[in-house]
Ligand binder design. Structure first.
Ligand code: RFL
Ligand code: PHB
Length: 396
């Protein structure tokens, strides 16, 4: 039986962007329905980002989502940079008085799903055939199928929070979008392992063999990455090869030791920078990975998704309270100003830390000069600290 529903905002995608938007709108008394093609279990297990900027932590705290984050999140005041057999600590707290929190994206997702469902939210998991309609009118709609039935949501606005491979961005006529893109000649092989992380802060390691990153999820769970080919077959990386590459790239400068442990998750991520402009078409607003992608070296993807939906929820609040559209009209420009700052930072971190062309000794020496400068100049270190811990939200 075809069914029709009505809501103020239809949200496509239950990642951090879609779920947080639904939560923020709820706090402002605005109704929404969230559509997700995966199951609840799947989105709550999907291992992805781990670093929350200080503004993001503050927003989650201020909106009632900070309870488990406060208990289980790991507050970090700095990171390590490891290169040329030397290790340097950048102390964010000392440099700029700010910090970050390590807390898995899937934990944020679990907290959001729990808060939304407790508040009686309408989240539809395992939907299929999602399509958006009439976004250039003031009566847009979303259609989908669920358990074999067809449904239509009539709404005031559609939020496209469906990630890079979603349907919302491709629904915008391609001649209205400008795409800016860079593909990198490498990927990351990431593992989650049951072992003590080598350090209690993140280590970014630039090694002649390639980049490695040592992160964590808990005192006994390490999240580790090694640079690999972009189209790498994971079968080429048996456990021993992963541990050996991680050990070599960590080196001995920090006095750290890397203990092998059972690998409980593994995957390869291609690296890409991508921006679609504008982030709005009629009554469709894109947020998060649906509009932009950064390589993970700067730990910015999830944080940008949060900043977008904070700006969008404020704009929708103004509209529903007074009919004033000026914030909705400014949405794309306001987000993109911040998005481009994060693009620059993520591209710069990626360029500085990875192995590029094997034969380019000049390029390698430039990377090392940049790292030397960064770790010897307070001005340079402050710039990294400011961007890494997060530029201010422009909630305007
Ligand atoms: P998501 O999380 O991809 O969520 C989109 C959701 O939309 C659903 N969907 C649909 N639903 C209904 N109908 C359709 N047609 C649909 N098509 C798609 C999908 O199933 C999904 O549930 O996007 P969102 O919300 O914009 O969030 C973005 C973040 O997930 C992403 O930017 C980060 O994970 C990136 N990232 C990092 N970000 C950080 O801020 N800090 C980090 O430390 C960090 N590390 C990382 C990362 C991403 C990584 N990978 C795997 C790419 C480390 C890695 C390795
Ligand atoms: C992670 O913990 O997964 C992580 C941390 C920092 C990054 C990317 C990923 O830059």
């Amino acid at each position: 039986m075809p069914q029709t529903h009505r809501t103020q905002v239809a949200i496509v995608g239950a990642g951090p962007a879609g779920l947080l938007l639904s939560h923020l709108l709820h706090l402002a008394g605005i109704s929404s329905i969230v559509l997700e093609r995966q199951t609840r279990e799947y989105i709550e297990q999907r291992i992805r980002a781990g670093v929350l900027e200080q503004h993001v932590v503050e927003l989650l705290n201020d909106t009632g989502l900070g309870e488990r984050l406060g208990r289980e999140g790991l507050l970090h005041h700095g990171i390590h940079l490891n290169f040329n057999d030397t290790v340097h600590r950048l102390d964010f707290n000392q440099l700029i008085g700010r910090s970050i929190t390590v807390y898995g994206q899937h934990e944020v997702v679990k907290d959001l799903v729990a808060a939304r469902l407790e508040a009686g939210a309408d989240i539809r998991f395992s939907v299929a055939d999602t399509a958006i309609h009439q976004v250039d009118t003031d009566q847009p709609a979303v259609s989908f199928t669920h358990d074999g039935d067809s449904h239509t949501i009539e709404c005031g606005f559609i939020a496209g929070c469906d990630g890079f491979h979603g349907i919302c961005r491709p629904s915008i006529p391609q001649d209205l979008l400008r795409i800016h893109e860079r593909i990198y000649p490498f990927g990351w092989l990431g593992i989650l392992a049951e072992t003590t992380p080598p350090s209690d802060e993140l280590i970014y390691s630039s090694h002649d063999d390639g980049f490695a990153l040592y992160s964590m999820r808990a005192a006994d769970v390490a999240r580790l990455y090694v640079q690999c080919a972009p189209d790498e077959d994971i079968a080429n990386w048996p456990d021993d090869r992963i541990w050996q590459a991680l050990g070599e790239r960590l080196g001995s400068a920090g006095g750290w030791s890397l203990n092998k442990g059972p690998i409980i998750e593994r995957g390869i991520t291609a690296m890409r920078s991508f921006v679609a402009e504008p982030m709005q078409h009629g009554r469709l607003f894109l947020a998060g990975d649906a509009a932009h992608i950064v390589p993970p070296t700067g730990a910015k993807g999830m944080n940008l998704a949060v900043a977008d939906v904070r700006i969008l929820s404020r704009a929708l609040e103004t509209f529903f309270a007074s009919g004033d559209e000026h914030r909705l009209k400014d949405y794309s420009a306001r987000c993109l100003a911040r998005v481009w700052q994060a693009q620059r930072f993520s591209w710069w971190m990626t360029s500085m830390l990875h192995r590029f062309d094997d034969n380019d000794s000049y390029g390698r020496r430039l990377q090392l000069a940049e790292l030397e400068y960064l770790t010897s100049s307070k001005a340079a270190a402050r710039s990294l600290a400011e961007n890494y811990t997060g530029l201010p939200f422009d909630e305007g």
